[in-house]
Ligand binder design. Structure first.
Ligand code: SF4
Ligand code: SF4
Ligand code: SF4
Length: 268
Protein backbone atom coordinates (compact mmCIF):
# COMPACT_ATOMS: atom_id res chain seq x y z
CA UNK A 1 0.00 0.00 0.00
CA UNK A 2 1.34 3.47 -0.87
CA UNK A 3 1.70 5.96 1.94
CA UNK A 4 0.22 9.40 1.22
CA UNK A 5 2.25 12.55 1.97
CA UNK A 6 -0.06 13.38 4.85
CA UNK A 7 0.30 9.92 6.40
CA UNK A 8 4.07 10.35 6.26
CA UNK A 9 3.65 13.77 7.78
CA UNK A 10 1.53 12.58 10.68
CA UNK A 11 3.81 9.62 11.33
CA UNK A 12 6.85 11.89 11.40
CA UNK A 13 5.33 14.52 13.67
CA UNK A 14 3.40 12.30 16.03
CA UNK A 15 0.00 13.22 14.63
CA UNK A 16 0.39 16.91 15.53
CA UNK A 17 -2.17 17.91 12.89
CA UNK A 18 -5.57 16.38 12.17
CA UNK A 19 -5.65 15.40 8.50
CA UNK A 20 -8.28 14.49 5.94
CA UNK A 21 -9.08 13.86 2.29
CA UNK A 22 -11.49 15.89 0.15
CA UNK A 23 -11.50 14.13 -3.19
CA UNK A 24 -8.51 12.16 -4.50
CA UNK A 25 -5.59 12.89 -2.16
CA UNK A 26 -3.55 14.68 -4.87
CA UNK A 27 -1.96 17.92 -3.56
CA UNK A 28 -2.88 21.13 -5.37
CA UNK A 29 -1.36 24.60 -5.06
CA UNK A 30 -2.13 28.23 -5.81
CA UNK A 31 0.57 30.21 -7.62
CA UNK A 32 0.68 33.99 -7.20
CA UNK A 33 2.97 35.69 -9.72
CA UNK A 34 3.72 39.17 -8.41
CA UNK A 35 5.28 40.20 -11.71
CA UNK A 36 1.89 39.91 -13.42
CA UNK A 37 -0.33 41.36 -10.67
CA UNK A 38 -1.87 44.79 -11.35
CA UNK A 39 -3.40 45.24 -7.89
CA UNK A 40 -7.00 45.30 -9.14
CA UNK A 41 -8.28 43.32 -6.10
CA UNK A 42 -10.72 41.30 -8.18
CA UNK A 43 -9.43 38.28 -6.22
CA UNK A 44 -10.35 39.97 -2.94
CA UNK A 45 -13.86 40.79 -4.16
CA UNK A 46 -14.32 37.33 -5.67
CA UNK A 47 -13.44 35.73 -2.34
CA UNK A 48 -16.13 37.86 -0.70
CA UNK A 49 -18.66 36.88 -3.36
CA UNK A 50 -18.06 33.16 -3.10
CA UNK A 51 -18.15 33.18 0.70
CA UNK A 52 -21.10 35.60 1.07
CA UNK A 53 -19.01 38.14 2.94
CA UNK A 54 -19.95 41.80 3.15
CA UNK A 55 -18.11 44.22 0.87
CA UNK A 56 -16.42 46.31 3.56
CA UNK A 57 -12.84 46.00 4.89
CA UNK A 58 -10.91 45.42 1.64
CA UNK A 59 -7.65 46.56 3.18
CA UNK A 60 -7.44 44.51 6.38
CA UNK A 61 -7.82 40.82 7.06
CA UNK A 62 -11.01 40.08 8.96
CA UNK A 63 -13.65 37.38 9.30
CA UNK A 64 -15.26 38.83 6.16
CA UNK A 65 -12.05 39.54 4.25
CA UNK A 66 -9.72 36.60 3.79
CA UNK A 67 -7.24 38.15 1.33
CA UNK A 68 -5.50 41.50 1.26
CA UNK A 69 -3.19 42.79 -1.44
CA UNK A 70 -0.04 44.37 -0.01
CA UNK A 71 1.37 46.96 0.34
CA UNK A 72 -2.03 48.33 1.41
CA UNK A 73 -2.09 51.51 -0.65
CA UNK A 74 -4.81 52.82 -2.89
CA UNK A 75 -5.14 51.34 -6.35
CA UNK A 76 -2.71 52.71 -8.87
CA UNK A 77 -0.20 53.99 -6.31
CA UNK A 78 2.01 50.90 -6.02
CA UNK A 79 3.94 49.19 -8.80
CA UNK A 80 4.39 46.10 -6.58
CA UNK A 81 1.71 43.87 -5.13
CA UNK A 82 1.73 40.73 -3.03
CA UNK A 83 -1.02 38.50 -1.72
CA UNK A 84 -1.57 38.26 2.03
CA UNK A 85 -3.69 35.28 3.03
CA UNK A 86 -3.39 31.76 4.39
CA UNK A 87 -0.43 29.83 2.91
CA UNK A 88 -2.07 26.44 3.61
CA UNK A 89 1.05 25.15 5.36
CA UNK A 90 2.16 21.52 5.19
CA UNK A 91 3.08 21.81 8.87
CA UNK A 92 0.18 23.98 9.96
CA UNK A 93 1.04 25.49 13.33
CA UNK A 94 -2.54 26.76 13.65
CA UNK A 95 -3.85 23.19 13.52
CA UNK A 96 -1.13 21.84 15.80
CA UNK A 97 -2.08 24.21 18.64
CA UNK A 98 -5.86 23.88 18.33
CA UNK A 99 -6.94 22.09 21.52
CA UNK A 100 -10.22 20.77 20.05
CA UNK A 101 -9.16 19.62 16.54
CA UNK A 102 -11.16 22.35 14.84
CA UNK A 103 -8.51 22.73 12.09
CA UNK A 104 -7.78 20.06 9.48
CA UNK A 105 -5.02 19.82 6.86
CA UNK A 106 -6.42 18.14 3.75
CA UNK A 107 -4.21 16.10 1.45
CA UNK A 108 -5.31 18.21 -1.52
CA UNK A 109 -3.79 21.28 0.18
CA UNK A 110 -6.40 23.26 2.12
CA UNK A 111 -6.09 23.94 5.85
CA UNK A 112 -9.66 24.51 7.02
CA UNK A 113 -11.25 25.71 10.26
CA UNK A 114 -14.49 23.98 11.24
CA UNK A 115 -16.45 26.79 12.89
CA UNK A 116 -18.86 24.33 14.49
CA UNK A 117 -16.00 22.80 16.49
CA UNK A 118 -14.03 26.02 17.21
CA UNK A 119 -14.35 27.26 20.81
CA UNK A 120 -12.77 30.66 20.11
CA UNK A 121 -9.67 30.16 22.28
CA UNK A 122 -7.51 32.25 19.87
CA UNK A 123 -4.49 29.91 20.06
CA UNK A 124 -4.38 29.53 16.27
CA UNK A 125 -4.42 33.32 15.87
CA UNK A 126 -1.24 33.56 17.95
CA UNK A 127 0.39 30.51 16.34
CA UNK A 128 0.14 31.41 12.64
CA UNK A 129 3.51 32.78 11.47
CA UNK A 130 1.71 34.92 8.87
CA UNK A 131 -0.96 36.17 11.31
CA UNK A 132 -3.75 35.58 8.81
CA UNK A 133 -6.40 34.24 11.22
CA UNK A 134 -8.93 36.65 12.71
CA UNK A 135 -11.84 36.22 15.11
CA UNK A 136 -15.43 36.86 14.13
CA UNK A 137 -16.68 39.49 16.62
CA UNK A 138 -20.22 38.15 16.51
CA UNK A 139 -19.74 34.38 16.58
CA UNK A 140 -16.42 34.41 18.51
CA UNK A 141 -15.05 31.81 16.07
CA UNK A 142 -11.70 31.82 14.26
CA UNK A 143 -11.84 32.61 10.55
CA UNK A 144 -9.56 32.49 7.49
CA UNK A 145 -9.26 31.48 3.82
CA UNK A 146 -10.33 27.89 3.10
CA UNK A 147 -8.55 27.68 -0.30
CA UNK A 148 -12.15 27.12 -1.52
CA UNK A 149 -12.06 23.56 -0.17
CA UNK A 150 -15.74 23.29 -1.16
CA UNK A 151 -14.84 24.04 -4.78
CA UNK A 152 -11.76 21.76 -4.72
CA UNK A 153 -14.06 18.97 -3.52
CA UNK A 154 -15.88 19.44 -6.84
CA UNK A 155 -12.58 19.55 -8.75
CA UNK A 156 -12.88 23.30 -9.38
CA UNK A 157 -10.25 25.97 -8.87
CA UNK A 158 -10.44 28.54 -6.02
CA UNK A 159 -12.68 31.49 -6.93
CA UNK A 160 -9.91 34.11 -6.51
CA UNK A 161 -7.87 32.29 -9.18
CA UNK A 162 -10.84 32.20 -11.53
CA UNK A 163 -11.43 35.96 -11.05
CA UNK A 164 -7.90 37.22 -11.81
CA UNK A 165 -8.08 39.09 -15.14
CA UNK A 166 -4.35 38.89 -15.92
CA UNK A 167 -3.50 35.30 -14.85
CA UNK A 168 -1.38 36.47 -11.93
CA UNK A 169 -3.06 33.61 -10.05
CA UNK A 170 -2.85 30.01 -11.19
CA UNK A 171 -3.95 26.71 -9.68
CA UNK A 172 -3.17 23.07 -10.34
CA UNK A 173 -1.43 19.98 -9.06
CA UNK A 174 1.43 21.00 -6.79
CA UNK A 175 4.16 19.42 -8.93
CA UNK A 176 3.02 21.30 -12.04
CA UNK A 177 2.64 24.56 -10.13
CA UNK A 178 6.10 24.14 -8.65
CA UNK A 179 7.58 23.64 -12.15
CA UNK A 180 5.73 26.69 -13.48
CA UNK A 181 6.94 28.79 -10.53
CA UNK A 182 10.53 27.66 -11.08
CA UNK A 183 10.45 28.48 -14.80
CA UNK A 184 8.86 31.88 -14.23
CA UNK A 185 11.32 32.76 -11.45
CA UNK A 186 14.23 31.84 -13.73
CA UNK A 187 12.79 33.81 -16.64
CA UNK A 188 12.46 37.04 -14.65
CA UNK A 189 15.56 36.61 -12.46
CA UNK A 190 13.34 36.31 -9.39
CA UNK A 191 12.72 33.70 -6.71
CA UNK A 192 10.01 31.56 -5.15
CA UNK A 193 8.43 32.40 -1.80
CA UNK A 194 6.36 29.87 0.18
CA UNK A 195 8.08 26.62 -0.77
CA UNK A 196 10.46 26.62 2.19
CA UNK A 197 8.94 29.09 4.64
CA UNK A 198 7.65 27.28 7.77
CA UNK A 199 8.27 23.99 5.95
CA UNK A 200 6.36 25.03 2.82
CA UNK A 201 2.72 24.93 1.89
CA UNK A 202 0.21 24.92 -0.93
CA UNK A 203 0.49 28.59 -1.88
CA UNK A 204 3.63 29.82 -3.63
CA UNK A 205 4.64 33.25 -4.89
CA UNK A 206 7.01 34.32 -7.65
CA UNK A 207 8.70 37.54 -6.53
CA UNK A 208 11.36 39.67 -8.19
CA UNK A 209 12.22 42.41 -5.68
CA UNK A 210 13.22 41.93 -2.02
CA UNK A 211 10.39 40.68 0.23
CA UNK A 212 10.19 43.92 2.21
CA UNK A 213 9.09 45.83 -0.89
CA UNK A 214 6.06 43.58 -1.24
CA UNK A 215 5.28 43.65 2.47
CA UNK A 216 5.69 39.85 2.77
CA UNK A 217 7.21 38.32 5.88
CA UNK A 218 10.63 36.86 6.44
CA UNK A 219 9.82 33.41 7.82
CA UNK A 220 12.42 30.70 8.48
CA UNK A 221 12.28 27.15 7.09
CA UNK A 222 11.53 25.55 10.47
CA UNK A 223 8.55 23.16 10.41
CA UNK A 224 5.96 23.87 13.09
CA UNK A 225 7.76 27.08 14.12
CA UNK A 226 7.66 28.36 17.67
CA UNK A 227 4.23 29.78 18.39
CA UNK A 228 3.43 33.04 20.18
CA UNK A 229 0.49 32.03 22.36
CA UNK A 230 0.76 34.16 25.52
CA UNK A 231 1.43 31.94 28.55
CA UNK A 232 -1.14 33.98 30.49
CA UNK A 233 -3.84 32.94 28.01
CA UNK A 234 -3.02 29.25 28.38
CA UNK A 235 -2.91 29.51 32.18
CA UNK A 236 -6.25 31.31 32.14
CA UNK A 237 -7.68 28.32 30.28
CA UNK A 238 -6.40 25.94 32.94
CA UNK A 239 -7.92 27.84 35.84
CA UNK A 240 -11.08 29.57 34.53
CA UNK A 241 -14.17 28.39 32.61
CA UNK A 242 -13.07 30.42 29.54
CA UNK A 243 -14.30 28.81 26.27
CA UNK A 244 -16.81 26.58 28.03
CA UNK A 245 -16.80 23.30 29.92
CA UNK A 246 -17.66 21.14 26.88
CA UNK A 247 -14.66 22.56 25.00
CA UNK A 248 -12.40 21.96 28.00
CA UNK A 249 -13.47 18.33 28.30
CA UNK A 250 -12.84 17.76 24.57
CA UNK A 251 -9.45 19.48 24.88
CA UNK A 252 -8.57 17.32 27.88
CA UNK A 253 -9.51 14.10 26.08
CA UNK A 254 -7.50 15.09 22.97
CA UNK A 255 -4.52 16.10 25.11
CA UNK A 256 -4.49 12.63 26.66
CA UNK A 257 -4.62 10.80 23.32
CA UNK A 258 -2.21 13.19 21.55
CA UNK A 259 0.37 14.17 24.20
CA UNK A 260 2.80 15.55 21.55
CA UNK A 261 0.29 18.30 20.75
CA UNK A 262 0.22 19.24 24.41
CA UNK A 263 4.03 19.36 24.49
CA UNK A 264 4.08 21.57 21.37
CA UNK A 265 1.43 23.88 22.82
CA UNK A 266 3.04 24.34 26.22
CA UNK A 267 6.75 23.95 25.53
CA UNK A 268 7.32 25.22 21.97
S1 SF4 B 1 -0.60 30.33 7.05
FE1 SF4 B 1 -1.26 30.35 9.18
S2 SF4 B 1 -3.44 29.93 9.12
FE2 SF4 B 1 -2.60 29.27 7.16
S3 SF4 B 1 -2.11 27.09 7.44
FE3 SF4 B 1 -0.25 28.26 7.89
S4 SF4 B 1 -0.32 28.52 10.12
FE4 SF4 B 1 -2.41 27.96 9.48
S1 SF4 C 1 -9.79 29.67 18.05
FE1 SF4 C 1 -9.05 27.90 19.26
S2 SF4 C 1 -10.62 26.34 18.96
FE2 SF4 C 1 -10.93 27.85 17.33
S3 SF4 C 1 -9.75 27.07 15.61
FE3 SF4 C 1 -8.42 28.48 16.71
S4 SF4 C 1 -7.25 27.18 18.13
FE4 SF4 C 1 -9.01 25.98 17.42
S1 SF4 D 1 -7.07 39.61 -9.23
FE1 SF4 D 1 -5.03 39.09 -10.01
S2 SF4 D 1 -4.18 41.06 -10.73
FE2 SF4 D 1 -5.95 41.56 -9.46
S3 SF4 D 1 -5.06 41.90 -7.37
FE3 SF4 D 1 -5.69 39.73 -7.48
S4 SF4 D 1 -3.84 38.62 -8.13
FE4 SF4 D 1 -3.50 40.80 -8.60
Amino acid sequence: MTTSPIETLTQQYGNLVPTGRLIDGKPRSILFDATKCIGCRHCVQACKDWNDHDRTSLYELSSTNWITMEPPVLEGLSPLWARNSCMHCNFAACAAVCPVEAITKYEEGPVVINKDVCIGCEYCIHACPWEVITKNDITGKASKCTMCSDRISEDKQPFCVQACPVSALDFGFSEEISDKAKKQAEAIGGYIYGEKEAGGGNVVYVLKEVKEKYGVRNIGAEKFPKHKIPLGLMLKDLFTPRCGIAGKLRALYLAIIHPKRLIYRYFS
